[in-house]
Design a binder for this molecule. Structure first.
Ligand code: NAD
Ligand code: UGA
Length: 453
């Protein structure tokens, strides 16, 4: 099939590459000329395992193309995916300006029957707005082309995006039940047939339910994380170990083991913004969601948990201390630092006068860009932050190590060397990477989340 993807970011690029991999002819469009230029020269603007190779393979086979030409994109695809960003607006609602701009572009250029697919995470009712926006543009051109808007939310996780896309738990298709909707549903089922393992993965439903499903999934996962974090803080006061408690509740299939790792808060481009957007949408329907407001508040507080522990141990004034920070990305296996807990931690340490040397296996370029913006009004603090290309060098002479992201390479360091490099044998661990008993044996003072030392 001929596919156009509008928005070549994390979701658009992975979707485009995986659809090309299954034999489709994919045209990826973006307004960011530098991204398209990089892709056309064999580069990939994001770090995602296996993506570069997949794109290279499909480029060589002539199945994937990159362009800024929206008109050519609208002409190419029988199916047009909208995969642009939906960042939070000032009031927390999803900013739909990019989605609606993409819809306008489609309406201005499309010819013949098209399936328009909303892959961006969008509030209930957005498919209808996309439909109306396209209809207005067609009317302005005085042409009649039939089309249908399908809601097909994406559930991939960064760092595992290709696996999640190629072997999805489920493929949600929200389709209208009119003639164009039925035709669109058939086309979408064909497109996704190679991913429909056991013929069981496609879940077809009405459009509004599909739109809400995406927010429900992210809100549920965020709720689990805030729940376990709240409990971790309690466990710590009571002398219990949250890792044992997790082991104790996970085998119940009604609870399960996933997404119950206590830590220094959830980050990333989606949980924070999607929880906020759902709260905001609900308020428009006069149906407040106090549970989700609490999830958000607990997470905001949890992003401060490492700072609280450091201050409790070393005092409010940290100007005499130097900290090594391991892990800057919001989670392992990505270079994404959107809403990363590391940003809150580092800003708080610097604000208290500390010196910080930070290291991340892949997010160093992104870190340079992000901290330039975060600290633009605090040049003196910025001067006390440096990035080290080597984790052991970052630790050399530091008063403490702070682990913020659980990259594999941090899991089993040479502890003797680590201990020797540190000025004080002191670790604050925001992801419960190490065992308290082992740290005790090594003579390392260890502060984790919800664990007894
Ligand atoms: P992103 O910021 O990485 O990429 C969005 C891209 O869209 C950018 O490259 C931008 O230049 C481009 N763009 C903006 N307006 C455009 C237009 N009018 N025409 C063409 N291109 C345009 O965003 P993302 O992380 O890929 O997220 C996209 C959507 O998918 C969001 O709604 C997000 O919530 C959702 N989502 C993201 C993930 C994830 O892991 N990142 C997972 C599931 C769902
Ligand atoms: C999340 C969802 O997992 C995806 O299904 C969804 O498609 C995506 O959001 C989205 O809508 O964009 P992602 O943000 O890539 O994916 O990463 P996650 O693995 O979900 O982690 C999110 C945050 O939660 C990270 O900061 C992670 O450290 C934290 N987390 C995760 C915990 O603190 N504890 C856990 O047990 C799991």
């Amino acid at each position: 099939m001929n596919i156009t993807i509008i928005g070549t970011g994390y979701v658009g690029l992975v979707t485009g590459a995986c659809l090309a991999e299954t034999g489709n002819h994919v045209f990826c469009i973006d307004v960011a000329a530098h991204k398209i230029d990089l892709l056309n020269h064999g580069g990939v603007p994001i770090y995602e395992l296996g993506l570069q190779e997949m794109i290279a393979r499909n480029r060589a086979a002539g199945r994937i193309h990159f362009s800024t030409d929206l008109a050519a994109g609208a002409a190419h695809g029988d199916i047009l995916f909208i995969a642009v960003g939906t960042p939070p607006d000032e009031d927390g609602s999803a900013d739909l300006q990019y989605v609606l701009a993409a819809a306008r572009n489609i309406g201005q250029h499309m010819q013949g029957f098209k399936v328009i697919v909303n892959k961006s995470t969008v509030p209930v009712g957005t498919a209808q707005r996309v439909q109306q926006t396209i209809a207005v543009e067609l009317a302005a051109r005085a042409v009649e082309h039939s089309f249908s808007v399908v809601s097909n939310p994406e559930f991939l996780k960064e760092g595992e995006a290709i696996g999640d896309f190629m072997q999805p738990d489920r493929i949600v298709l929200g389709c209208d039940n009119d003639q164009n909707g039925v035709r669109a549903a058939e086309i979408m089922r064909c497109l996704y047939a190679p991913f429909n393992r056991d013929h069981k993965r496609i879940l077809q439903m009405d459009v509004r339910s599909a739109e809400l499903t995406k927010y429900a999934a992210n809100a549920m996962l965020a709720t689990r994380i805030s729940f376990i974090n709240e409990l971790a803080n309690l466990a710590e006061c009571m002398g219990a170990d949250i890792e044992e408690v997790r082991r104790g509740i996970g085998p119940d299939p009604r609870i399960g083991n996933h997404f119950l790792s206590a830590g220094c808060g959830y980050g990333g481009s989606c949980f924070p913004k999607d929880v906020q957007a759902l709260i905001r949408t609900a308020s428009e329907y006069h149906q407040p969601l106090p549970l989700l407001s609490a999830v958000e508040a607990v997470n905001d507080a949890q992003k401060q948990v490492l700072v609280r522990k450091i201050v409790a141990r070393l005092g409010e004034d940290l100007s005499a201390f130097r900290f090594a920070v391991w892990g800057l990305a919001f989670k392992p296996n990505t270079d994404d630092m959107r809403e990363a807990p590391s940003r809150i931690l580092i800003a708080a340490l610097l604000a208290r006068g500390a010196t910080v040397v930070a290291y991340d296996p892949v997010a160093m370029d992104e870190a340079r860009r992000v901290f330039m913006l975060d600290l633009q009004n605090a040049p003196a603090a910025h001067a006390r932050l440096s990035l080290s290309e080597d984790p052991m060098q970052a630790v050399a002479g530091a008063d403490a190590l702070v682990v913020v992201t659980e990259w594999n390479e941090f899991k089993n360091p040479d502890f003797q060397r680590l201990r020797a490099q540190l000025k004080k044998p002191l670790i604050f661990d925001g992801r419960n990477v190490y065992e308290p008993a082992e740290m005790s044996e090594l003579g390392i003072e260890y502060h984790a989340i919800g664990r007894v030392y």
